[in-house]
Design a protein around this ligand. Structure first.
Ligand SMILES: NC(=O)C1=CN([C@@H]2O[C@H](COP(=O)(O)OP(=O)(O)OC[C@H]3O[C@@H](n4cnc5c(N)ncnc54)[C@H](OP(=O)(O)O)[C@@H]3O)[C@@H](O)[C@H]2O)C=CC1
Ligand SMILES: O=C(CO)[C@H](O)[C@H](O)COP(=O)(O)O
Length: 473
């Protein structure tokens, strides 16, 4: 076989599928994995695609198998392993070659890696990839950060392997430096919020309405035909309908209620706070995963407090179901408004000039949060240009006006019933705070001035002022 066009390190879930995707799209690829037996197993299982794949047992072999200038994708665990692979690649690559980190890197690490590679002659790209195993194999959403020129050098391969939405590729250059990994991080933050709000609605259906998994699955399947149409709603319906092969019981009932997390949700929240952007639904989703991990404490607390006060939902069931659908939709709007506000602030802070309509468009297919809603969102950004907040786009004002009364009823009834809805409640509080022209921070300012002489602004005169308590705090 002629030399490969590209190399890939890391044949785990994502790397192996990306490699097959690249090969299937007609690009010969050289592959390497730390545990070499995995490379052999991968190659054996590649079937007809073997003719497009060069399995390598050392990085020197990998470098030698690729036609210069050599692009090499690193798809390993984020963090130290990426630094180790970059250091090892520097020994075997030469000027003009391109290192592409395609894992879920912290964008601050990506920025550091750009500066560490500066002057080395090597080009670096930090690239977010979403879509899980299936996306990697058949078309992920690809978010590229680096110079536009370096993107151009690998654009053909990335476009070929990406998901397509009505023929449009879901891969794009988004900005310099850490832009691609930042956008992927916020994608995941939104993913956390989407998943948490779906889980909260599942909780209301299970504990508030007493429904069984298959019935709940049918509700989600029905919702998937409407405004909530999305990959996450679709898989929720599928998961709820599935039975455990060992016990024959619904599989969800056999799964421990303790959610894992690898860091991107937490990074979203840290960056939102650092940038001074309110992202309460995402914060609540990360916190909910943290609380979920305290299984033993939660069991002890249930024993201490009992479940007294936890009651069923009342009222007409069809009406409650309709409210739940709209509540989830309203919560989704608030979470996306927050995620895009965080990206807007980061774009300004880091000078990325992030293209919001493009981001919404490349998330319409391939990625975990793909949905019909993202098309509406892309339209809103295209029509409105720069938006202070998605909640101010005319189409979203209309949608939120219709949906927020349902969110209010569901959050209120869930609170009465003793059912936790942290992300939905936070989304509602965010919306109510955002649309409240006269808030309550005047009192906070008065308190701050009282105890710390911090001063406050007056509504009727410019400048800094102190209250009549000055000197007495
Ligand atoms: N799974 C998913 O849905 C998604 C994952 N990602 C990101 O993609 C990246 C890879 O994830 P995924 O494929 O799921 O992970 P896996 O656990 O399936 O595979 C991890 C890979 O990393 C390699 N690796 C781990 N540590 C080292 C090291 N110190 N040096 C060299 N290689 C190492 C492993 O090699 P070995 O076989 O030798 O252990 C293996 O090839 C991560 O950054 C992840 O966050 C991004 C989008 C979706
Ligand atoms: O990037 C992804 C999806 O977009 C990965 O699946 C990621 O692992 C999800 O995050 P976490 O493991 O923290 O739930």
């Amino acid at each position: 076989m002629e030399k490969a066009e590209i190399g890939l390190i890391g044949l785990g879930v994502m790397g192996s599928n990306l490699a097959l995707n690249i090969a299937e799209n007609g690009h010969p690829i050289a592959v390497f994995n730390r545990t070499t037996s995995r490379t052999g197993t991968f190659f054996e299982a590649a079937g007809d695609l073997r003719k497009m794949i060069v399995p390598c047992t050392t990085l020197a072999e990998l470098a030698d198998a690729i036609k210069p200038p050599r692009p090499v994708i690193i798809m390993v665990q984020a963090g130290q392993p990426v630094d180790e692979q970059i250091a090892a690649l520097r020994e075997v690559l030469s000027a003009g070659d391109i290192i592409i980190d395609a894992g879920n890197a912290n964008f601050r690490d990506t920025i550091r890696r750009f500066s560490e590679l500066d002057g080395s002659g090597l080009t670096f790209i930090g690239m977010g990839v979403s879509g899980g195993e299936e996306g990697a194999r058949h078309g992920p959403s690809i978010m590229v950060g680096g110079t536009e020129d370096s993107y151009k050098r690998v654009e053909k391969i990335l476009i070929d392997i990406s998901a397509k939405f009505e023929g449009e590729p879901c891969a794009a250059w988004l900005g310099t430096g850490g832009a691609g990994h930042f956008v992927k991080t916020i994608h995941n933050g939104i993913e956390y919020a989407d998943m948490q709000m779906i889980a909260e609605i599942y909780g209301v259906l299970r504990d508030g309405l007493g429904m069984k998994p298959k019935e709940i699955g049918a509700v989600f399947a029905e919702w998937n035909k409407g405004r909530l149409n999305s990959y996450l709603i679709e898989i929720t319906a599928t998961v709820l309908a599935a039975d455990d092969l060992d016990t024959g019981k619904p599989i969800v009932e056999m799964i421990l209620d303790r959610a894992g997390q690898k860091g991107t949700g937490k990074w979203s929240v840290i960056e939102a706070q650092t940038l001074g952007v309110s992202a309460t639904a995402i914060e609540a989703a990360v916190s909910a995963r943290i609380l979920s991990s305290l299984k033993d404490e939660r069991l002890a607390a249930e024993k201490a407090y009992g479940t007294g006060g936890v009651s069923k939902f009342s009222g007409n069931r069809d009406k409650v179901l309709h409210d739940l659908e709209l509540a989830l939709f309203a919560g989704k709007i608030a979470a996306y408004a927050q995620g895009f506000a965080v990206m807007d602030a980061a774009s300004k802070q880091f000078g990325w000039n992030l293209p919001m309509p493009t981001i919404a468009k490349i998330w319409r297919a391939g990625c975990i949060i793909r949905s019909q809603f993202l098309g509406t969102l892309a339209d809103a950004f295209e029509k409105s240009g720069a938006l202070a907040n998605l909640l101010m786009a005319p189409a979203f004002i209309e949608m939120m006006k219709e949906a927020h009364p349902s969110l209010r009823r569901i959050v209120a009834q869930a609170a009465e019933a003793g059912l936790p809805t942290p992300a939905l409640s936070s989304a509602l509080a965010y919306f109510d705070s955002y649309r409240q022209g006269r808030g309550t921070s005047n009192l906070i300012q008065a308190q701050r001035d009282y105890f710390g002489a911090h001063g406050f602004e007056r509504i009727d005169a410019p400048g800094a002022h102190h209250g009549p308590w000055a000197g007495g705090g």
